[in-house]
Design a binder for this molecule. Structure first.
Ligand SMILES: [Zn+2]
Ligand SMILES: [Zn+2]
Length: 129
């Protein structure tokens, strides 16, 4: 995002506010931002000049080291050990996701909740800024 236009500020679980500068031409869902402060909701559209962003409060699907006690991977039914590259589905289930063991993306959907297993490239989320 353009620094001069404003910046998202986390204000609590699943919520964020967008703070804009008076001179910035920022619109949310096609409207001006009165007072330069706007609490964002999931899937709000942000326009800055000609650029367009979507705000999302959903956790991104990303590969990260598995942080907890060993569990059984629902896809391959072998143990998922702490530190192993893994993806947590939005249903909470953890899967292996290493170059030689792509359990999460092995199928198009999670075997438990049937959500899409497409990993996000560059999710735009306040927690990552
Ligand atoms: Zn697995
Ligand atoms: Zn799932």
């Amino acid at each position: 995002m353009d620094e001069a236009a404003g910046s998202p500020v986390g204000i609590g679980a699943g919520e964020a506010a967008l703070v804009t500068r008076p001179a910035a031409r920022v619109r949310v869902n096609g409207r001006d931002v009165p007072g330069g402060l706007r609490v964002m909701r999931d899937r709000d559209e942000i326009r800055i000049g000609r650029e367009r962003f979507f705000f999302s409060t959903r956790d991104p699907l990303v590969v990260e080291p598995y942080p907890e006690e060993p569990v059984t991977c629902p896809r391959c039914t072998t143990k998922l050990l702490a530190g192993t590259p893994a993806v947590r589905c939005r249903c909470g289930a953890w899967f292996h996701q290493a170059a030689d063991l792509e359990c999460f993306t092995y199928g198009d959907t999670c075997p438990l909740c049937l959500a899409s297993t497409v990993l996000e490239e560059e999710p735009w989320h306040p927690a990552l800024l």
